[in-house]
Write a protein that binds this ligand. Structure first.
Ligand SMILES: [Zn+2]
Length: 141
């Protein structure tokens, strides 16, 4: 039973430093972060990140980095989901943009085809007029 009082130091330690959203590679004391397994009664075998310095010196109630691995993963997952939402939104915007672009290109192509057609029709008309004249000339002769 005497174990109970010391077993909760991990979580109080994390509360002391405030919420750490993303796991940094290093503690603020420049020591690397290590992944450890909790041996406490309240969180047996629960994995956590800890400042290497605090871990080797078995510090308690300190200000060094402490974070449960699962909580860190959930935070990462939340961020990841938020990012996916952003990307989805961007894809949607891109899709409408490309649709508008396609429409624009289609209109341009159509206009070009129409112009070319008009030119060809004009040419054909001019040609037929020419041949009509020739015909007329032939007829007159
Ligand atoms: Zn540290």
């Amino acid at each position: 039973m005497s174990n109970l009082s010391t077993s909760s130091t991990g979580s109080t330690g994390s509360r002391g430093r405030g919420r750490v959203d993303r796991m940094p590679k290093r503690c603020w004391c420049r020591e690397g972060i290590v992944a450890l397994t909790s041996k406490s009664d309240t969180n047996p075998y629960r994995r956590y990140f800890r400042c290497g310095f605090a871990a080797t010196n078995k510090l308690r109630n300190d200000e060094h980095t402490f974070k449960w691995v699962d909580e860190a993963l959930i935070n990462d997952l939340d961020k990841f989901n938020a990012k996916i939402g952003e990307v989805e939104q961007q894809v949607k915007e891109l899709r409408t943009q490309s649709l508008e672009f396609e429409k624009m290109v289609c209109e341009k192509v159509q206009m070009k085809i129409e112009n070319e057609l008009f030119e060809k029709v004009d040419d054909a008309l001019a040609e037929s007029k020419e041949s009509n004249k020739k015909m007329m000339i032939v007829v007159v002769i």
